[in-house]
Design a protein around this ligand. Structure first.
Ligand SMILES: [Zn+2]
Length: 104
């Protein structure tokens, strides 16, 4: 297998590296634009102010996530969950599939 470093996701707008494939936790998220992925970490992103929001799975405190280079809104970060069963999401990043491309 070819190995030229770690495969990662980049901003589709400006090619800024955003997240490593090894930090991908789930592809089963839905954002307004369509599919979204959950990551353990994200890099080169800027967080907006925290706010509370009601989602299908419960109530959360989240912060919008923006590309640090082009300011495109990429998704959101789960800051806190009001529901015990969703605590595992705290600290994770949800990035919209449409806003990224994968590079091997
Ligand atoms: Zn960007």
């Amino acid at each position: 297998m070819e190995s030229g470093g770690n495969p990662l996701y980049r901003c589709s707008n400006c090619r800024n590296p955003l997240a490593l494939v090894e930090d991908l936790l789930s592809k089963n998220f839905i954002a307004k634009s369509g599919k979204a992925y959950m990551f353990r970490h994200a890099m080169n992103v800027v967080l907006g102010p925290k706010y509370d929001t009601q989602m299908i799975t419960g109530r959360y405190t989240v912060a919008d996530v923006f590309c640090s280079k082009c300011n495109e809104r990429l998704g959101w970060k789960y800051v806190q969950s009001y529901d015990m069963k969703n605590r595992y999401k705290e600290g994770t990043f949800i990035l919209e599939e449409l806003k990224m491309f994968q590079q091997y």
